[in-house]
Design a protein around this ligand. Structure first.
Ligand code: TYM
Length: 345
């Protein structure tokens, strides 16, 4: 059954790419932006890119329906405002493509309980409120993520470091399916850029910046007002040493600020260390705040503009869903055939 023919080749010869983010807050944060979204925009030309807002994933923890609906559109607007071009990439909402849930079911049946139980994101999230109150959906979350990915036959999946384990599971499931039922899926690779793989919290600089942070001052949001950004940068935790140099272990706060500044400005860390030699933390924070405001304000303003015309935004999302459905249905049909389902007439 294990045929050797190439599994998939896009008509234009380019490799495919897929990624997604959860609409679990009113705004994406700097970790989402620098860790993933910036790379998404850079990869649009060389790949057939599929970018989704993963609303099915967002209901694995309790959600408010009106908020979820608003946040889904807000997330899509921020993708566009940050540079995702709807003429180059398919931008869509996960629940508009039924094949995600359908393939997830099939993948559930080839995933071991122990294998799913080893996912650290599930362990972290379920421990917060007690494992007994965690939903089965939260447990099978990574399998739905594998379905998101495998439907689009992508070579690359641009994500931050925290998604590495889910990508490994996805590859394992793809290999397992291919060897049991014949070559069906392209084996995807995580595309993780070292410098941006992990952006840290401004208040707890040993921890990654995350929507679920205890203190909202720890994260900079793309939708934050200018004065809010400035205030958060100025209250970032540093250390008592006073010198501006990069040392992740002993100076996590200052190193995080330097890392963010380097990514936003395009200057190397060494260059920044040079520029700030002899200066105090106030100077670093002041300049970084200014650079961040200059960078983020146009994105926020563009996102607000897009949100002021929801009908047009929905039209773009429908176009993306049609593109996504075309490929997703094709992959799902092959999967259904290979596992032995009778073809619907
Ligand atoms: P999510 O919504 O938590 O995060 C979206 C993207 O942002 C990256 N990221 C970070 N990168 C660097 N530093 C940080 N502090 C930081 N915080 C978040 C994440 O790595 C991610 O790339 N399970 C996924 C969503 C998902 C998905 C997919 C991703 C569902 N299906 C298919 C890729 C492909 C998640 O929760 O991401």
């Amino acid at each position: 059954m294990n045929d050797k023919a190439p599994v998939y080749q896009a008509a234009n010869g380019k490799p495919n790419l897929l990624s997604g983010m959860q609409p679990s807050a009113g705004s994406l944060h700097l970790g989402n932006y620098l860790g993933a979204l910036v790379n998404w925009t850079k990869m649009q030309d060389d790949f057939n890119a599929y970018y989704c807002v993963v609303d099915l994933h967002a209901i694995t923890v309790p959600q408010d329906p009106a908020e979820l609906r608003a946040n889904t559109r807000r997330t899509a607007a921020q993708y566009l405002a940050a540079g995702i071009d709807e003429n180059k990439s398919a931008l869509f909402i996960q629940s508009h493509v039924p094949a995600h849930a359908q393939l997830a079911w099939v993948l559930n049946t080839i995933t071991g309980m122990g294998e799913a139980g080893r996912m650290t994101q599930f362990k972290d999230k379920s421990q917060k409120n007690g494992v007994d109150s965690a939903s089965v959906g939260l447990f099978t979350y990574p399998i739905l993520q594998a379905a998101d990915i495998l439907l689009y036959q992508p070579k690359a999946v641009p994500v931050g470091e925290d998604q590495r384990q889910h990508l490994e599971l996805t590859r394992d499931l793809a290999n397992r399916f291919n060897s049991r039922f014949g070559n069906t899926f392209v084996i995807p690779e995580a595309h993780i850029v070292k410098e941006t793989a992990k952006i840290y919290d401004l208040q707890v600089p040993e921890a990654k910046m995350s929507k679920s942070a205890a203190d909202p001052k720890g994260l900079i949001n793309l939708m934050d007002a200018d004065n809010v950004i400035t205030k958060k940068v100025k209250s970032a935790v540093t250390d008592a040493e006073g010198s501006i140099r990069f040392d992740r272990e002993n100076k996590p706060g200052v190193s995080n600020l330097l890392g963010i500044y380097s990514l936003i400005s395009g200057m190397s860390i060494a260059q920044l260390e040079d520029n700030f030699a002899g200066a105090g933390y106030g100077a670093l924070k002041g300049e970084l705040a200014e650079a961040l405001v200059a960078h983020i304000a146009p994105i926020r303003n563009r996102a607000e503009e897009l949100l002021s015309d929801p009908a047009e935004l929905d039209r773009l999302l429908a176009k993306g869903a049609a593109q996504a459905n075309e490929l997703a249905e094709q992959t799902l049909a092959t999967v259904y055939d290979r596992v032995g389902f009778v073809k619907a007439q």
